[in-house]
Design a protein around this ligand. Structure first.
Ligand SMILES: [Fe+2]
Ligand SMILES: [Fe+2]
Length: 335
């Protein structure tokens, strides 16, 4: 087992995999391949993931989109691109396998980053605004929702794409600033850097999933550019000024995200949006059954948003009590 985890697989991955009892096998020595003369062995990791579906092949009912996109993404590196680069550096990704022996098709995420969403989370929990900053944060989010409602109305696919491009920013900014603080002060972050960056990555995977379903129009892409430019800088300054308010705003944004995805689900249930098969990337990332549908995907994304809501309100509560985030255990892996 230890041999299997040597090399490129980190201690964290090892811990998580052992805990989950998932990684069970390495390739036999005879299958180890020398790479470009460096004699670096190619390792294989095996995972009991049920899905063997690798290419998105569903019709796009939210907005027309060619199924070739998913195939192109996989070739470009989102999936299992087979581009061979000649280099003497000997940098090679371990060969990752599923339990059934098929190759892991994604380069953009690995099996140890996948999980089953906790659907038991309370979706109705709300943070009741008590202080001035709570009310300011809630009012800010409600104001931000007005143009979103006017622009997207019930086009929940496009709305989700825009929402996710914004939602993936706060975790990155928070993680970045905590990282810099850790360097400046020669102190640990208590795991919060990792927790916030995990959130950002999770949000980005929401986006990668949604763009398999929705093809944004040129002006929506332009809007994303403008919003990202403004939002990143505003949130950066806000987090530097008051991480308490910043996390509270994100907590309320996540509450709005839960509401949006609930409305999305209502439209799927009523038949306004066709319940198409789930994209391959979503089936693998959330370990969904092979016959999962759009409804299943939106359900797990909504559960993720509820977890982000908890994390950010919790972070704000820590700061409200005058403590540093590092003083409370960071919710790493809280999905
Ligand atoms: Fe999200
Ligand atoms: Fe979120």
């Amino acid at each position: 087992m230890n041999r299997l985890f040597a090399g490129n697989v980190t201690t964290t991955m090892r811990r998580r995999l052992i805990a989950a009892g998932r990684c069970v096998e390495s390739l036999s020595p005879s299958s180890a391949a020398a790479v470009d003369g460096s004699a670096m062995a190619t390792r294989a990791l095996c995972f009991p993931l049920g899905s063997t579906r690798m290419v998105s092949s569903f019709p796009d009912v939210i907005a027309p989109k060619s199924t070739e996109k998913g195939k192109r993404d996989q070739k470009k590196g989102g999936g299992g691109g087979d581009v061979v680069v000649s280099s003497y550096w000997g940098v090679v990704r371990p060969k990752v396998m599923r339990e059934d022996g098929s190759a892991w098709p994604w380069n953009c995420f690995m099996p140890w980053e996948t999980y089953e969403a906790d659907l038991s989370i309370d979706l109705h929990k709300r943070h009741v605004p008590k202080t001035f900053t709570d009310k300011f944060a809630l009012r800010t989010v409600k104001l931000l929702r007005i143009p979103t409602d006017l622009f997207f109305r019930r086009r929940y696919g496009c709305r989700a794409v825009m929402l996710e491009t914004v939602a993936a920013v706060p975790g990155l900014v928070g993680g970045l600033l905590l990282h810099l603080k850790s360097l400046r002060k020669f102190e640990q972050s208590g795991g919060w850097i990792k927790a916030l960056l995990e959130e950002a990555e999770n949000e980005r995977m929401h986006l990668m999933t949604m763009v398999e379903l929705v093809k944004p129009k040129w002006y929506e892409r332009l809007l994303v550019l403008a919003v990202q430019g403004v939002f990143f800088n505003c949130f950066f300054v806000l987090y530097l000024s008051s991480s308490k308010v910043a996390h509270r705003i994100v907590g309320y944004l996540e509450e709005e995200a839960i509401h949006s995805y609930t409305e999305f689900l209502k439209d799927i249930e009523s038949g306004k949006i066709e319940n198409v098969p789930a994209p391959a990337i979503a089936i693998d990332y959330w370990r969904l059954p092979k016959d999962a549908t759009l409804k299943d995907v939106i359900t797990v994304i909504r559960a993720d948003e509820a977890h982000h809501r908890d994390v950010n309100h919790f972070a704000s509560d820590i700061r409200v009590q005058g403590k540093e985030l590092k003083e409370a255990p960071a919710p790493i892996g809280y999905h």
